[in-house]
Design a protein around this ligand. Structure first.
Ligand code: PLP
Length: 381
């Protein structure tokens, strides 16, 4: 539901810069041309809201989208043009084949069983069905072994039953350009892809985009790079997309010996000025940031003291001049002072995980063409 409530009516706000997503898409598309650029918008566009992110990418010219599961196709299909193709990376769950075919979504066939179930439906429908085929070139996660894929290439019945739109593989170490595994996976994939003349090949995720051109194939599948996260040491030209702020709920000064938060994990050594802010682990603000992470205000770091609670986090504001931060003000959690990558590093994880956990209680603010659209908390975009 779109809401016209003032931005200030919320405890926390998650800003998504759609112009920056579009700029990142352009940067990537230019880099890999003449290869085509798709977009991976699985997990609700990495938590940012597929119903806003999908159309923005579509307006930028993207016509190939990837989600992970069939349940993610509907919300996306409703908001982009019918000329776009939606691939389902995990393939088809048993029993959902007919629905997938009826709606025109394209499963990525990952296993011999998935291939067989899709072919069975094609035979019973008496028409060929669109699909992509994933080859396991070494990651041991999803995809057919080379020999099984080549056997399909040599099976005339397979060509009749399956309208093959893409042959793809996935790199295990694309964010580490120096790893020999990248060239090894590429060589194995090319050997298999050669058996499918005329079918586009797809290799690169965000990391692969910043590897040499031979990794770009005919269609790239960037995800996290669209959202401003550098997918490796050679990434360049990507703009940050996300901003997260939370409101100060209360400010207090405590005396030496006072405990802070659950378990008194922190005990004040002297007088200490604290602010309790409206974000906790239920909002995707990791509990493990207790005693480690920080919030920021006008360029000043405000270290987290004590444990992160479900709905609040307490920070030390002693570095700010008295009165510089007041109840109701916002502090920065992700933004110009503290990148998504910094938060992830403090939490011992990766930006992907922080993004996809950002909760439903943040007001969602989408910036495009200089205008802001606000979605009230709880209305999953
Ligand atoms: C998630 C995923 C991508 C996108 O990965 P990023 O690292 O976010 O660019 C591409 N391909 C496959 C098969 C994926 O599962």
């Amino acid at each position: 539901m779109q809401s016209h409530i003032a931005i200030d009516a919320f405890s926390s706000r998650l800003g998504t810069d759609l112009d920056a997503i579009r700029a990142n898409y352009r940067t990537i598309a230019r880099r890999i041309a003449p290869a085509r650029c798709g977009a991976v918008v699985k997990a609700n566009a990495y938590g940012l809201g597929v119903t806003m992110v999908g159309p923005a990418l579509y307006r930028e010219g993207c016509r190939t989208f990837f989600v992970a599961q069939l349940c993610e196709t509907g919300p996306l299909a409703q908001v982009i043009g019918g000329d776009a193709e939606i691939f389902v990376l995990n393939g088809i769950d048993p029993g959902s084949e007919a629905l997938c075919a009826e709606r025109g979504f394209v499963p990525v066939l990952n296993s011999a069983t998935q291939v067989e179930r899709w072919r069975t439906l094609a035979r019973s429908n008496g028409r060929s069905l669109p699909a992509a085929l994933q080859v396991d070139s070494g990651m041991s996660r999803l995809g057919l072994p080379s020999t099984a894929a080549i056997a399909l290439a040599n099976d005339p019945a397979f060509a009749r039953e399956v309208d093959l739109r893409l042959v793809m593989t996935h790199l295990a170490c694309a964010d580490e350009p120096a790893r020999p595994a990248n060239a090894e996976q590429l060589a194995r994939f090319r050997m298999v892809h050669a058996h499918f003349p005329g079918v586009p090949g797809s290799i690169a995720n965000s990391g692969g985009i910043f590897l040499p051109g031979e990794f770009h194939g005919e269609l790239a599948r960037p995800g996290v790079a669209l959202f401003g996260v550098d997918p490796g040491p050679h990434a360049e030209g990507l703009q940050p997309v996300v901003r997260l702020d939370a409101r100060v709920l209360q400010i207090r000064t405590i005396e030496a010996g006072a405990g802070v938060g659950y378990g008194f994990e922190h005990i004040a050594r002297g007088q200490q000025r604290l602010a309790t802010i409206a974000i906790g682990y239920a909002d995707g603000w990791p509990r493990c940031l207790g005693g480690v992470g920080a919030a920021w205000h006008s360029g000043t770091r405000l270290p987290i003291v004590g444990r992160v609670s479900m709905d609040s986090t307490t920070v030390d504001i002693g570095a700010l001049p008295e009165g510089a931060l007041r109840e109701g003000d916002f502090v920065e959690l992700i933004g110009p002072s503290q990148s998504l990558d910094n938060v992830a590093r403090d939490a011992g994880t990766i930006a992907y995980e922080i993004l996809t956990q950002l909760g439903a209680r943040h007001a969602r603010i989408y910036l495009e063409n200089g205008a802001a659209q606000v979605r009230a908390p709880g209305s999953y975009p």
